[in-house]
Ligand binder design. Structure first.
Ligand code: ADP
Ligand code: MG
Length: 667
């Protein structure tokens, strides 16, 4: 249940409350309302028809009621001996024959029993843990443990007073044992002061954790790279297009960062096709013109290869040597690359996570650029930062790129440890991609369309989600599709690329597609990120209903990359689940990645959206980004100042809330 210490137990909050403070006479019981009564057993009988059940009749001064149990133990029978007084809690209803409660909670009334004074909290449970276990455990904290001292506020009372928030102990006490239904209603809406206090504290812990990481890294030393505007200016002049205003803006932000003598820690976000790679290349040139090296990393070999080709073509005219490093290279090629990196002969190296490995040594690494940063694990990103530590004092600058736009609430919270730049504009002249939804039974029409597009000289992606037969999911395999396509389109050159292929094969196929030698490329989602073929104008995505929103958006971004009008056809199986229908509607109606991301976040929540295992960010258990946005803003406003003025208290606060989890975010 995620409960591992006193704090996580006492912040395990009720999901609702029930009223056991009053006894209702049987006559006054309302249908469907949870009520408590005290009554005397007048009859108990086990019936066997229509099936085994226990029927108990009880009465009080005002009337009588039937209790019915379908599951019961012989031991329970004792409680129902005629004449026994019991307390019963349940919802009454009428059936054809009787006024009854099914499976109410019952207990014997003892002399010493008094009614509780507060409402009873109800907690969510997991198999094997009963309501009573949790209730008792939390009760013990409040009555047999110095909880007041344990929960003492670390920050000055004046801070919370300014925010009109009560102290932590009182807040938790009120949430576990609210006095009345008015208080409960506010708790259940998360608007009560006690709840606001807890939520604020949780946000504050997250901010303190992320900001302290940020400030720690900011205190490190990096090589400052003064913009000489030599290579960079020539490069920009030579580009066959003008940079967008948004590109210029983020370029300036990065340029300023690189001139500082502490490491840049910047996240560059922009929708697919917004032109992040050019911006990253300009940053690289600023470092290279100062005599340092740049590492450029991509999550897949296909993407790394493509960056390599592009950067090679862009940079060779400047006499800049670009090396290439992946796990699948021959030993000899690898040695050559490694030597060029170590000697400094290569000013730039492009590769996959092979760049993270131990024996990869740079002469002087000034900047690492990480494309599609969310695809790399925390450890890998950490490992690359360590690369700069060869001489133990200098850290490389770091530029991370993300093609999954991040909604503002998320970047304010989970990305508070990074500076964020946003390219919020696409290059001019791009034709909007037309998205169409087709159900499976209209496959023939689509095949005809594919044929037309290829014959007009353009190219087509055909995306299948899985490559292996899976009866459960009934997804078609890419291999099968490939064979079918080949026999269907005898006059087209069809290719296949999927994740299980050897990387040399993969590269060959992609190169053939880029050259136009392959007209129809059957692919798994390995092409999801970054592949750039502007002559591809049609994409068909099979079983689109099974894919996530950001994945669909990324895939769709593979077409519409040139001046030609492009179409994305989403093929779906009939019988859509509610959530699949919702996703397809969003992707059909929207092309703006930020809107899609916001919808995705709303549907999936931040944990799933970020792939939290990877991001390593401390999760929020109680606070909700959309609902509690104002409190997030308040926590964010004061976090840096608290870290500076009250480092000790800040540390205690984030340790209280994050415990061990905090250790995982030091990236
Ligand atoms: P992404 O942000 O998805 O990584 P890329 O950097 O791959 O985008 O750019 C997509 C395509 O647009 C590339 O072919 C790139 O050369 C081109 N491009 C980048 N910036 C501009 C611009 N300002 N005007 C026109 N085309 C551009
Ligand atoms: Mg890209």
């Amino acid at each position: 249940m995620g409960i591992e210490d006193v704090f996580s137990l006492v912040t395990y909050l009720p999901i609702r409350y029930i009223d056991e403070t009053i006894i209702t006479p049987i006559r006054d019981i309302q249908m469907g309302v949870l009520s408590q009564l005290e009554a005397e057993v007048i009859m108990a009988d086990v019936l066997y028809k229509p099936k085994k059940m226990l029927i108990v009749q009880v009465k009080d001064a005002s009337g009588s009621l039937q209790l019915r149990f379908l599951n019961f133990y012989p031991s329970q029978m004792k409680m129902f001996a005629v004449g026994t007084h019991i307390r019963v809690l349940g919802e009454a209803r009428h059936n054809l024959f009787a006024f009854e409660m099914i499976h109410p909670q019952c207990k014997l009334i003892r002399e010493s029993d008094v009614l509780p004074e507060a409402l009873t909290p109800i907690y969510s449970l997991v198999a094997g843990v009963g309501q009573k276990t949790i209730k008792d455990a939390i009760n013990k904290l409040f009555h047999h443990f110095d909880l007041k001292n344990y929960l003492k506020d670390y920050f000055l009372p004046s801070m919370y007073e300014k925010l009109h928030l009560p102290n932590l102990y009182d807040s938790l006490k009120s949430i576990h044992y609210p006095k009345d239904f008015k208080e409960v209603a506010n708790h259940e809406a998360f608007t009560s002061k006690p709840y606001q206090r807890i939520i604020f504290d949780e946000f504050l812990a997250q901010q303190l954790s992320l900001r302290s990481n940020y400030l720690m890294r900011r205190a490190l030393t990096a090589m400052p790279f003064k913009a000489k505007n030599k290579l960079t200016t020539i490069f920009i002049d030579k580009l066959e297009f003008d940079l967008t205003d948004a590109q210029k803006k983020v370029m300036q932000e990065i340029k300023n960062d690189l001139e500082k003598n502490h490491p840049m820690q910047r996240l560059l976000q922009g929708d697919v096709g917004s032109g992040k790679t050019v911006v990253a290349t300009i940053a690289a040139l600023q470092v290279i013109e100062n005599g340092s090296q740049v590492a450029f990393m991509a999550p897949t070999e296909i993407l790394a290869e493509q960056h390599y080709r592009k950067l090679n073509a862009w940079l060779t005219p400047f006499d800049i040597k670009v090396a290439w490093l992946t796990g699948s290279q021959s030993k000899k090629d690898r040695e050559i690359s490694l030597n060029m990196m170590q000697s400094g002969e290569a000013q730039m190296v492009v590769g996959t996570h092979a760049l993270f490995q131990e024996h990869v040594i740079f002469k002087t690494l000034g900047l690492s650029i990480i494309d599609e940063q969310h695809r790399f694990g925390v450890e890998q990103r950490l490992a690359l930062r360590k690369k700069g530590e060869l001489n133990k004092v200098i850290e490389p600058h770091q530029l991370m790129m993300s093609a999954t736009p991040i909604p503002r609430t998320l970047s304010m919270s989970y990305f508070a440890d990074l500076d964020v730049s946003v390219i919020d504009e696409l290059p001019k002249g791009r034709e909007a991609i037309v998205t169409k939804l087709f159900s499976e039974d209209r496959r023939d029409e689509i095949l005809k369309r594919v044929h037309e597009v290829c014959h007009a000289g353009a190219q087509v992606y055909w995306v299948c989600p899985l490559i292996e037969e899976s009866e459960v999911l009934q997804l078609q395999t890419a291999e099968e599709t490939y064979i079918n396509m080949q026999s269907h389109f005898k006059d087209l050159r069809v290719g296949l690329v999927h994740g299980r292929m050897k990387s040399s094969e993969k590269q060959k196929v992609m190169a053939d597609f880029v050259k136009g030698d392959i007209q129809l490329l059957v692919a798994t989602t390995v092409i999801e990120v970054g592949v750039d073929v502007s002559n591809a104008t049609l994409m068909v995505i099979e079983n689109a209903e099974r894919m996530g929103l950001s994945q669909l958006h990324q895939l769709r971004g593979r077409v519409g990359r040139g001046l030609l009008k492009s179409t994305c056809i989403l093929l779906f199986q009939k019988k859509l689940s509610q959530i699949a229908r919702q996703r397809l509607k969003v992707i059909f109606e929207n092309t703006d990645g930020f809107i899609i991301a916001q919808e995705d976040l709303n549907i999936r929540g931040p944990g799933e959206f970020l792939g939290i295992r990877q991001s390593g960010a401390p999760m929020l258990r109680i606070a909700n980004l959309n609902r509690d946005f104002k409190l997030l803003e308040e926590a964010k406003t004061i976090a840096d100042q608290l870290l500076e003025d009250y480092p000790e208290a800040s540390h205690l606060h984030l340790k209280r809330w994050l415990g061990l989890a905090n250790e995982r975010v030091k990236v």
